[in-house]
Design a protein around this ligand. Sequence first.
Ligand code: ZN
Length: 165
Amino acid sequence: MSVFPIRVYGDPVLRTETKEVGEIDDSIRRLVADMIETMYDAPGVGLAANQVGVGRRIAVFDPQDDLGARVMINPRVVHTEGEFEMEEGCLSVPGYFWPITRPEYAVVEATNLEGEAVTYEGYGLIGRVLQHECGHLDGGLLLDAMVKKERKKALAEINRESMGL
Ligand code: ZN
């Protein structure tokens, strides 16, 4: 297994919608194992394939319940409910945390590594991670979930930093 370098804000792969996975073969299983290792090494609670430069609709996350990492192949958010604000960060925008309002509860339908249909759902951190990772796979970033004014402020912060001011 190996740890991938994580792509950061500005890399076009993060803004590219990923492609659905067909057959789950050894190369997919290897990719998933490496993504899990990369997520724990970072450390993070979720990671999408395009964050490591692979344009496939795959994400992993760890709901912090001691049962280990979950695999989502071709995940889609099928239901959300409520609304709440939470400090949210992203391994691809390292060093920043912003209060972001999103639905409180989310349900995701996906396939697991065995090719079986699985449903992941949860409130709080889990609901947040599910939405965050599916956002990545659509070519999104957490900045997109912010209201316009907050997004402008966040972008100014990132740009100031990257210009070394
Ligand atoms: Zn992220």
